[in-house]
Ligand binder design. Structure first.
Ligand SMILES: N[C@@H](CCC(=O)N[C@@H](CS)C(=O)NCC(=O)O)C(=O)O
Length: 346
């Protein structure tokens, strides 16, 4: 992969970076991940964000997002399939009112409690040697008080069937923002944590998270980044898609390269090949191919692209689409699935 996706400076084990990666993963997006060694931060990170913490997201057109919660919001405002931002019940103008407003307040209070109170005690318990004079056991007790509150919330929120989350019967940003820190607390002494009495709901909540596929995806091992060893597309294995007219795809197979931009327009005319993320496919198909021509759905591995891949939005929209800035080599196409008119109608 060469070129300018948003760049995420990250550190695999950092709970702030984990929550940012979880949101990017869930939002169906793609970034370039640069794994950082905190003991030797790359000058590129410090130039973008002199405060020197991770995660940091550098957008290709210049803006830098320096806080994990803001990175989460950036990603989920693009696509939030599980409504982690709790916007589903807002008024049409986007304002939360009534129970939706109350849920937003609780969400913000939970995150504040984690970031300002729980994290304080967690650091002084787990990393006691970095805090001379602090009593790790007293801080463990204080952290357990907070966990007790979160456990009670889940007991009260528990639906008759199904799992409990901090704000009710479904997960929200609060769960995703807090769980990486509770994971870290457990890691100080997993056996003792698992044996703690009176925290069954919380232990089950954390257990589901630890066993979840998204956590495994965002915790994949990464080599530290350097300017010589390019960053990796993140999440690993995420594909982007392009709908090709069947005849155009046949022509590409003959020519050994695909150079159409979109329906009726060439790469030369437009300057890039339109592509989309999986969650954008249905709308793209409905918008441009509603008359049902024979199509081939191309699935493209960003890691195999030899030309720049950029996230860009069409004029007048904030929605980001992947654009391939150059000819599409056929070996970057990992699947080409015919979508005949009959299959599209089905
Ligand atoms: N408020 C920041 C906190 C980020 C933070 O403190 N990250 C830690 C790693 S977990 C860090 O980068 N520390 C810098 C260092 O250790 O040098 C956020 O939410 O992104």
């Amino acid at each position: 992969m060469s070129g300018s996706l948003p760049v995420l400076y990250s550190f695999r084990r950092c709970p702030y970076a984990i929550r940012a990666r979880l949101a990017i993963e869930r939002a169906g997006l793609l970034v370039e991940l640069r794994e950082v060694r905190l003991a030797a931060k790359p000058p590129e990170l410090l130039q973008a964000s002199p405060k020197g913490t991770v995660p940091v997201l550098v957008l290709p057109d210049g803006p830098v997002i320096e806080q994990s919660l803001e990175i989460m919001a950036w990603a989920l405002r693009q696509h939030d399939p599980d409504d982690w931002l709790l916007r589903r019940d807002n008024t049409p103008s986007g304002e939360p009112v009534g129970p939706a407003a109350e849920a937003q307040r609780e969400l913000a209070a939970l995150i504040r409690c984690n970031d300002e109170v729980f994290k304080h005690h967690l650091d002084r318990y787990k990393y006691a040697s970095r805090h001379p004079g602090a009593d790790p056991l007293a801080h463990r007790e204080a952290a357990l008080q907070v966990l007790g509150d979160w456990n009670r919330r889940q007991e009260q929120a528990a639906p008759a069937h199904g799992d409990a989350w901090l704000l009710g019967a479904r997960p929200s940003l609060a769960d995703v923002a807090l769980l990486p820190f509770v994971r870290q607390f457990r890691l100080a002494d997993p056996a003792a944590f698992d044996a703690l009495p009176g925290l069954a709901a919380l232990q089950s909540w954390l257990g589901r998270f630890l066993a979840s596929a998204p956590l495994a995806a965002v915790m994949a091992l990464q080599q530290p980044w350097s300017a010589e060893a390019p960053g990796q597309p993140f999440p690993t294995g995420r594909l982007i898609h392009h709908l090709a007219l069947a005849a155009d795809w046949q022509e590409a197979i003959r020519a050994g390269v695909y150079c159409r931009s979109t329906r009726g327009r060439s790469l030369e005319q437009v300057g890039f090949i339109h592509a989309c993320f999986a969650h954008q496919l249905a709308a793209t198909q409905a918008r441009f191919y509603a008359d049902g021509p024979d199509l081939v759905l191309l699935s493209i591995d960003p890691a195999r692209l030899a030309v720049p891949l950029r996230l860009e939005s069409p004029a007048g929209s904030a929605e980001l689409f992947p654009h391939i800035h150059g000819p599409l080599a056929l070996d970057a196409v990992v699947a080409a699935e015919p979508l005949t008119a009959a299959r599209q109608a089905a």
